[in-house]
Design a protein around this ligand. Sequence first.
Ligand code: FAD
Length: 395
Amino acid sequence: GQRVVIVGAGMAGVQTAVALRERGFTGTVTVLGAEPHQPYDRPPLSKAVLLGNAEGSAFDIDFEALGIELRLGVEVTGVRPADHELDTAAGPVGYDSLVLATGAEPMRLPGSDGVPGVHLLRTLDDAERLRPVLAERHDVVVVGAGWIGAEFATAARDAGCAVTVVEASGRPLAGALPAEVAAPMAAWYAEAGAELRTHARVARVEPGAVFLDDGSRLPADAVVVGIGARPATAWLAGSGIELGVHREVVTDDRLRTSAPDVYAVGDCASFPSGRYGERLLVHHWDNAVQGPRTVAAALVGEAPEAYDPVPYFWSEQFGRFVQYAGHHAAADELVWRGDPATPSWTVCWLRDGALVAVLAVGRPRDLAQSRKLIDAATPMDPALVTDPAVPLKKA
Ligand code: FAD
C-alpha cells in the first residue's frame, strides 16, 4: 500500500492525517513529531493554559482508532527526495508521499540565549515554564507588542504581575496593521495597567533586568520574547526543496512543493493566492486547519481546487475579542466603521470598491458577514460601510 509520512505533529500535520482517513485513504499514515507530548493546540497556550484555567490543550483525537501511527519525540533532520527517504535520529524513514508540516519557531532576542529568566512562548513546555512566573506575580518585561506579546501581557496582568512591554516601533502590531488602526490599541495596554514603551530597543538582558539602548534599566524577574516567528525549515537545507524569502517552503496552488510527491502546509509554507495576487505566508490557526483538506484531497487523487482561502484569525487581548479576515495591502482604501475610542469597532479595506479585508474588535457579526463578502469580492458602498448600525452587505 501507499505510505504517507507527515513531518510535524501540530495542527497542520494532525489535520492532514485525519483528513486522509476521512477521505478513505487506506495506506499507512505516519506522523513524526519532535515534541514528546501528545499533539496539542497552540492558541490556548497564551490564554487558558498559561493562566492555569486549563490543564492542557491536547487534541481530542483517537489516533489508534483512525489507524494513524504517531511517532513522538522524533526529530527529522533531513530529507532526500530522490530516494523518497527522511533522516531521523532513530534511522531513515521511507515514504511514497511526504507532507511537510513543521510549523514555525519563535525568533530569539540576540544575546539573550542562556540568560536565566528569558522565555519564549511557542510550546507547551514554554507555557508550563511560564505558569509559575504568573502564579508568583513576578515583574515581567515583554519584548515585542505583537499578537503573542499582547496576549501574554493580558494574562500576566490578569495574574497580577507588573508588566512592561518594550516595542521597537512606535505602536503595537506594527507589522500587521497600519498606524492609524494600531495607534488606538496602545491605550489598551495602559487601561490594563501594563506599561507600553514604544521606540524602545533592548540593549542587553541580564539576570533580573533588561537594559534599553537609552540607558534605562527595567527590573525583570522574567523576560518574555515575542518578536515574531519564522518557518521551521532549517532541516530542509540542501534537500533541493525550494524555500522562499522567509525561509518558508514554497508551494503551488495545490500545496505541492518543488520536489515530487512532497507537499507542505501550515505555518511552514507559503502559497500563491489568486484572490490577492501575491504569495501568502500565513501564521494562523485557520490556515493550519484548511490547508490539510487540499493536501489530503490531492493525496487520494481527488484533484482539489486551488487553495485560495480568505485568511482568518483571532486574538484575545486586554478583554477584547479581535478578529481579522482577508488580506490588505498599503494601497487599499481604509474605511472606519465605528469609533476606536469605544469598546467595539471595525475597519474595512476596499480594493477597487470590493471588500478585501476586515478587522473587527468586539463585533463578531461584522466579521462573520465579512468573510462571505470578502470571499465573493463584493462591491461595497463606503458610505454604508461607515455606519455601524447598518449590517455589512452588498452595495
Ligand atoms: P505548529 O503548531 O508549529 O506545529 C509544528 C510541529 O512540528 C511542532 O510540534 C514542532 O515541534 C514540529 N517540528 C518542527 N520541526 C520538526 C522536525 N524537524 N521534525 C519533527 N517535528 C518537527 N492563531 C490564531 O489564529 N489565533 C490565535 O489566537 C493564536 N494564538 C496562538 C498562541 C500561541 C502561543 C502560538 C504559539 C500560536 C498561536 N496561533 C494563533 C498560531 C497557530 O497556533 C499556528 O498558526 C498553528 O499552530 C500552526 O500549526 P502548524 O501545524 O503549521 O505548526
